[in-house]
Design a protein around this ligand. Structure first.
Ligand code: C5P
Length: 316
């Protein structure tokens, strides 16, 4: 029998094609209805047997990722360890994260790393947890971790962890991501949204805030595979709140639309700006023009949907 000493898993970034946010709950979270979409921008996470738990991070934004027990990948491994009996489980693991997903950019990079660590440790320890059991562990780590396991396009409810895959034709969409200088804190953006809404509801005409609902026009667009329709249906309730903290992003979003994007919105809580292009060629033109316009730090072209976290074959 071969003893596996290290396993690498690859995991995509996510976009939210719709992000509908309800009022704050008693636990501080917000009920969501969101349409997650995994895109081809990947981190790689390697998990190896070691004396004790450690983490190293290289690549995009590595210096701002926590290297201690706050690291989501380490927390995920620790949570999985509690569920695993026997097997090839060892005292500790060395977790090595190679980042391409920018940190605190609205693309769920930290959640992605946690999902990849779960998949890799499950394999390393021959733990044999089913996707459903892994998803349960994932939900205890963060709201977006379960989707990073699943990938594709899926509707998220609750905090975002209750997932239903979206039935849609195998259309490939072409996205351009404009990365911003700096980061936005997700809790601060949610808090800004609560403040904006509280100020609005002080106005006499304001209606009581509704529970979030899935956008039928967006789901129809996804079922039709029509990128122009999808572009028109993109929406993000967090966007006004993120823009109130980082107003310069308005210029980036406007520039992308002027340059011919089919739709534009912030990725999650931002500050990454997301543009939908009509084709691979249009995405290339848009990416080149956006970088020339000086409205962002850098750009990337990505396609979606792509599958969720998976072991990279040929390891060990
Ligand atoms: O679950 P996760 O750690 O990714 O969430 C980060 C923060 O974002 C939470 O602490 C909370 O402030 C906010 N959040 C929220 N409602 C959600 C998801 C996240 O308020 N559904």
């Amino acid at each position: 029998m071969t003893i596996v000493t290290g396993v690498t898993a690859r995991v995509p970034a996510k976009l939210n094609l719709q992000l509908a946010v309800g009022p704050p709950r008693a636990d501080g979270y917000h009920d969501l209805v969101t349409v997650f979409h995994a895109v081809a921008l990947f981190d790689e996470v390697t998990v190896e047997a070691a004396e004790r738990d450690t983490v190293t991070v290289t690549g995009e934004g590595a210096s701002v990722v926590p290297h201690d027990g706050d690291n989501l990948a380490l927390r995920a491994v620790a949570a999985l360890r509690k569920r695993v009996r026997g097997g090839n489980r060892t005292a500790g693991v060395r977790v090595s994260i190679a980042k391409r997903i920018p940190v605190a950019a609205g693309l769920a990079g930290g959640s992605a790393d946690a999902a990849a660590a779960l998949v890799a440790a499950n394999e390393l320890w021959a733990a044999g947890l089913t996707p459903q059991r892994l998803a349960e562990v994932a939900a205890t780590i963060g709201s977006d971790v379960a989707f990073a396991l699943l990938g594709g396009t899926a509707v998220g409810r609750g905090r975002g962890e209750r997932l239903t895959p979206a039935l849609a034709p195998a259309t490939q969409y072409h996205w351009v991501l404009a990365f911003a200088e700096g980061q936005l804190s997700t809790p601060k953006v949610y808090a800004a949204l609560d403040r904006l809404r509280a100020a609005e509801s002080a106005a006499p005409a304001a209606a009581a805030q509704q529970q979030p609902a899935l956008d039928a026009a967006l789901m129809t667009a996804l079922r039709s595979g029509d990128a122009a329709r999808l572009g028109r249906a993109l929406s993000n309730d967090l966007q006004p709140a993120a823009l109130s903290i980082y107003p310069a992003l308005r210029k980036t979003l406007a520039a992308g639309l002027e340059l011919g994007a089919l739709g534009a919105l912030l990725a999650g809580s931002g500050p990454t700006c997301v543009f939908l292009a009509a084709s691979a060629e249009r995405a290339l033109d848009l990416a080149v023009s956006l970088s020339g316009a000086g409205v962002c730090r850098s750009v990337a072209r990505v396609t979606g949907p792509v599958p969720g976290a998976a072991v990279v074959p040929g390891q060990g």
